[in-house]
Design a binder for this molecule. Structure first.
Ligand code: ATP
Length: 249
């Protein structure tokens, strides 16, 4: 048993734990109510994927780690669901690949921005970007366009988990190389990604970190080969096939 009253032997243990963390996020003012809906949608896809990291997602997570290690200015974007589900894991990944963390919200309010930044600091983040908001992503309305000039705006590689499709598309149009975590292989965000990860964020982030640790001393040439050999549409097609063929317990 952990912070939630569900025995680990329960067949839906992880799913219930995840739901509980999102509920807590809403109570703490970190996650929006729309975040609850996004969570429900994610759970449905995760169920259809067998609630496990499928082999093509594991390969994509290794490519994501290589892409982050090669990046000059990597940034990990954090929204209300990400902060509720994997705050410590995002801080750990940022440390391993030497990335900045930036808070970025679909429904931006000063209060929620500050609550998330404080929550990330409680989980070990030294610096949290996103509050300066002195630059804009072209093609989006004012509030959703706000980013930090020395954060996402200047990044070459951005990890955007559970991102809304408009923003993911606008970031790709800016020339960012995007790593998207999204359980829906048909979402516009997954389709805009250079590296789509069709996996639950609670499994994906620690797995990227594990791969990054393993490859930390690898030659840049080897890392580049990983990135170049990767085909995003193949990864999406594989996840979709898995959902269609699913052998559900
Ligand atoms: P789009 O605009 O890209 O078509 P959308 O309107 O569905 O997508 P949101 O509602 O913001 O966008 O969706 C959030 C996405 O995050 C959904 O596709 C959902 O499946 C996914 N998601 C939710 N929870 C998780 C999770 N824990 N791990 C990974 N993905 C998740």
């Amino acid at each position: 048993m952990t912070d939630v009253d569900v025995p680990e032997s329960h067949p839906r243990y992880e799913s219930l734990l995840t739901r509980h963390r999102i509920e807590e996020g809403v109570e703490k003012g970190i996650t929006s109510r729309q975040g609850l809906i996004a969570q429900g949608r994610g759970e449905a896809f995760d169920y259809l994927l067998g609630e496990e990291t499928i082999p093509s997602a594991d390969r994509a997570e290794r490519v994501a780690a290589a892409r982050l290690l090669l990046a000059e200015r990597p940034v990990l974007s954090v929204n209300g669901n990400v902060a509720a589900l994997v705050p410590g894991e995002m801080v750990e990944l940022a440390t391993v690949v030497d990335a900045d963390i930036e808070v970025n919200l679909f429904n931006r309010t000063k209060q929620r921005m500050e609550a998330i930044a404080a929550h990330l600091r409680d989980h070990g983040a030294d610096e949290v970007k996103g509050l300066t908001a002195d630059a804009r992503i072209p093609g989006l309305d004012h509030e959703r366009a706000k980013v930090d000039a020395d954060g996402i705006h200047a990044a070459d590689v951005v990890l955007v988990p559970l991102e809304d499709g408009d923003r993911a598309t606008a970031l790709a149009e800016m020339g960012k190389s995007e790593i998207v975590i999204d359980l829906n292989p048909r979402s516009r965000s997954a389709e805009a990604a250079a590296v789509p990860l069709v996996d639950n964020i609670i499994r994906a982030v620690p797995n990227i970190t594990r791969h990054a640790r393993e490859m930390a001393d690898a030659d840049a040439e080897i890392l580049r080969e990983h990135v170049e050999r990767f085909d995003p549409s193949e990864a999406l097609a594989d996840a979709e096939q898995r959902i269609r063929d699913g052998d559900l317990a």
